[in-house]
Design a binder for this molecule. Structure first.
Ligand code: SF4
Length: 95
């Protein structure tokens, strides 16, 4: 297989702030079965320790031109993979 088709390598950044998920994202996660009714994330293959870290990570999304929580980026259709602290992003327009 060749390299993944992608447009951007987006650096993953850390914040020390406590990050709260916007309600919209929570609903999205719940409806796709990635969050339970209590608001606990259930991502396959992600350990609780990693999850805790993931919650403090964000990217400056080149498509939405905004700071996006990594969890949201993780479930984005443009998300391809996470490699060495960067997201490989397809870069397609998001509605
Ligand atoms: S995968 Fe989605 S959220 Fe993440 S950087 Fe790309 S377009 Fe933005």
């Amino acid at each position: 297989m060749g390299e993944l088709e992608r447009k951007y390598d987006v650096k993953i950044q850390m914040t020390e702030d406590k990050v709260k998920f916007p309600d919209e994202l929570k609903e999205q996660l719940k409806s796709s079965g990635l969050m339970d009714a209590k608001g606990k994330l259930k991502l396959k293959g992600v350990s609780p320790k990693m999850l805790k870290r993931m919650k403090q990570e964000f990217v400056e999304c080149p498509v939405l031109e905004d700071k996006i929580q990594f969890v949201q980026c993780f479930i984005c259709p443009n998300f391809q993979s996470r490699v060495m602290g960067e997201v490989l992003c397809k870069g397609d327009p998001i509605k």
